[in-house]
Structures are given as structure tokens and as C-alpha cells.
Design a protein around this ligand. Structure first.
Ligand code: PLP
Length: 381
């Protein structure tokens, strides 16, 4: 795009109700928030367990800053890999039951790292159509043949695996789909990966902390499977920031030697890493929080199922209210805001065309009455 074309392009986004704008949060992340000077009950955060401002995490970071200072000063391979990072990686690997783990500054960087390190030109990558944008970007960047199968369509995936001439294959999925809240059939996917000698790469950004007793959706998989590589973010249920990849020691060693988004970037602040073991303890002790989430999820599904707005069944804190039309979705989100509820309207290209939606994110800190109040404001049929 030439410099002189940008303003017109932005106006076009306005006209098609696709322009994105930021609102400014004036409180810590949570359920009761102030945004642009107004109070809201928020259903817009991925802080599912309500840990983002937990006193124990705040303290851990404060103590981490006292011990480590602020900046890491360098990439991991130069001099930025502190004992805090090392211990966090060991704690993460133990927590998810894998041989080794590797920290990243973000889930986006972790996805780019794994996929571009495991497949390249002449290889093939198979991805669910509803995967997160960062996985799609990683697949494109890898230069492998990039094939997308219909959402959770194992038959189509198997056909692709049967017919590909590529020797090195990788299947990439979200464990919990970020805009729908439904889940990938991980056991069946791992069986396909075994049968067709493929890697299985699972992005558990939204399952970690929530499913599997907090260990994530991947807790149900055989953690010894060499071909299984998992990623989870730490900026959602874990209440922090960053991400980690977990797998065999060999995979992690390969990433350390190959992954450009690992090698050519400054390490996360060590104080943040120092808080990771504390977050893992809170997650492990979080059964009550997860139980509250299950109750809220059931409350939400009861209201949605049977309406024309329901999408896939979701047992996770991501609950989609699918309207279709962009303008109508924005109008409903605006009406909810007038009533004091902050619920994001999600439009294409984040979701497929004609599937604009409200995405309600539940938190263990929501009161059932708060959820009931917002659900009452949604159209009934
Ligand atoms: C499924 C999924 N993967 C990856 C990411 C990227 O993680 P991060 O925000 O840590 O970059 C997100 C969201 O941000 C996500 O929803």
C-alpha cells in the first residue's frame, strides 16, 4: 500500500464495519473494570482463573524484580538465560509431564518457532480451518505445503495424509478453538499422526490452566509420544505473559538451535519467569476456580443451546453467540456496553465471513448473577 492510499483504506474499513479500535483499560485486568472512564462487568478477558492480579503473583514479580532487576539484557543464547528462566522451564516440563520445556516471549513467537523449525520447503503441514492466526502465519512462513482441513474433519485430514508425497508432515491444531470454545479430538489426531508418521503440534493456549486439572487439554494425551509437541501461553489462565513449548529433550534442543523467534530475540524479564512456578502452584490448587468455571459454562450453555445463535458446544470458558452480520453484532455489543457489560464483538477476518459474534469469556471470578444479567440482554431467538 502506498503512503497516500492508507487514509482511504481506513475509511473503507469504517464503511464496512471492519475498523478495529482500542479501548483503554484503567484498572487491573479482572471482572469489574473501568474502560475509557466507564465501569463495566467484563466478559472479555482470557484471564480465566482470575489470576492476573493475584496477590501471590504480584508479590512473586516484585520479589523477582528485587532479585533480578528488570531487563534480561540479551537473548537466551547470549547471556539472557537466567536461573529464573531455567527453573521456570524445569517446573513447566514437570507440570505438563514432558521431558523439557522452552520459554518464549509470546505464543505467537512460539508457534512461529515450532512450525518453521520442524517443517520447510518440500514438507507438508495440515491445519484445522479454525486454527488461530498465529498458527496460520507460522504455516505460511515455513514454506511447507500448507493444507487446511475442515474444522475437526478427521476423514478429510486422513485423506490428505494418505495422499501427500511429502515425507515430513506436521498436523497443527488449537486444542481449544479460540473463537468457538470447542475442542480438537486430540487422541484421534495423535493416532493419525502415529499412523501416517507425522508430527502433532497442539496449541493449548486456552486449555492450559482450565482443562485436565489445570494441566491443559494435552493432559489426556500420552506425554511420552515423541511426535507430540505442545505449546501453551502464559498470558491467559496462568495470569502472566509469554508462552512455553513442551516436548522431548531432542525437540527442545532442536528449537534452541533453529528457531529464529527464539534465537533472535531478547529473553523475557527474569522476574516474570520467577513468577511462573507460583502461577503453576495457583493453577494446581485451582480446583475451586475450575469448578466455578464449569458452573458458569453450564449456565451459559443452557441459555444458548436451542437458540439460532449457538455455535459448537463448548465446555470451556469461551462461549460464542453467533449473529452473522458485522453491523448487527457491533450494535448488540454497543447495547450491552450501555447496560454496563463489556463483551467483544468479533468480526472477520478473525472469524469466517458471515459469522460475526459476541465472544463471552468467562472468569472464575464472575458471579452467576452477573452472567445471568448479561445473558438476559441477549436476544432470545
Ligand atoms: C490459540 C492461540 N494461540 C496463540 C495465541 C498467541 O499467544 P500470545 O498472545 O501469547 O502471543 C493466542 C492468543 O493470543 C491464541 O488464542
Amino acid at each position: 500500500m502506498r503512503p497516500q492510499d492508507l487514509s482511504a483504506a481506513l475509511l473503507e474499513l469504517d464503511a464496512s464495519h471492519r475498523r478495529r479500535q482500542r479501548a483503554t483499560l484503567e484498572t487491573p485486568q479482572g471482572v469489574d473494570v473501568v474502560i475509557d472512564g466507564e465501569e463495566y462487568v467484563s466478559f472479555a478477558s482470557n484471564d480465566y482463573l482470575g489470576l492476573a492480579d493475584h496477590p501471590a503473583l504480584v508479590r512473586a514479580i516484585q520479589e523477582g524484580v528485587d532479585r533480578w532487576g528488570v531487563g534480561s539484557g540479551s537473548s537466551h543464547l547470549v547471556s539472557g538465560h537466567s536461573l529464573a528462566h531455567q527453573q521456570a522451564e524445569e517446573a513447566l516440563a514437570r507440570f505438563v509431564g514432558r521431558e523439557a520445556a522452552l520459554l518464549f516471549g509470546s505464543g505467537y513467537a512460539a508457534n512461529l518457532a515450532v512450525i518453521t523449525s520442524l517443517v520447510g520447503r518440500g514438507d507438508a503441514v495440515f491445519a484445522d480451518r479454525l486454527n488461530h492466526a498465529s498458527l496460520n502465519d507460522a504455516c505460511l512462513l515455513s514454506r511447507a505445503e500448507f493444507r487446511r482441513f475442515h474444522h475437526n474433519d478427521l476423514e478429510q485430514l486422513e485423506h490428505m495424509l494418505q495422499t501427500t508425497p511429502a515425507k515430513t508432515r506436521l498436523i497443527a491444531v488449537d486444542a481449544v478453538f479460540s473463537m468457538d470454545g470447542d475442542e480438537a479430538p486430540l487422541r484421534e489426531l495423535l493416532a493419525l499422526a502415529e499412523r501416517y508418521d507425522a508430527w502433532l503440534y497442539v496449541d493449548d493456549a486456552h486449555g492450559f490452566g482450565v482443562l485436565g486439572g489445570g494441566r491443559g487439554a494435552i493432559a489426556e494425551l500420552d506425554s511420552r509420544a515423541e511426535r507430540l509437541v505442545c505449546m501453551a501461553t502464559l498470558g491467559k489462565a496462568a495470569g502472566l505473559a509469554g508462552a512455553f513449548v513442551a516436548g522431548s529433550q531432542t525437540v527442545i534442543d532442536w528449537l534452541i538451535n533453529n528457531a529464529r523467534t527464539y534465537i533472535y530475540t531478547t529473553a523475557q524479564p527474569p522476574a516474570l519467569a520467577a513468577a511462573i512456578p507460583v502461577s503453576l502452584r495457583l493453577i494446581a490448587e485451582g480446583d475451586e476456580r475450575r469448578e466455578r468455571l464449569r458452573e458458569l459454562t453450564a449456565q451459559c450453555q443452557m441459555r444458548l443451546v436451542g437458540t439460532k445463535y449457538v455455535g459448537a458446544a463448548s465446555r470451556t470458558p469461551i462461549q460464542a453467540f453467533i449473529i452473522g452480520d458485522d453491523e448487527a453484532t457491533l450494535a448488540l455489543a454497543a447495547r450491552l456496553r450501555e447496560q454496563g457489560f463489556w463483551v467483544p464483538a468479533i468480526r472477520p477476518p478473525t472469524v469466517p465471513e458471515n459469522s460475526a459474534r459476541l465472544r463471552l469469556s468467562l472468569s472464575a471470578r464472575h458471579e452467576p448473577s452477573q452472567l445471568a444479567a448479561v445473558l438476559d440482554l441477549l436476544p432470545a431467538d
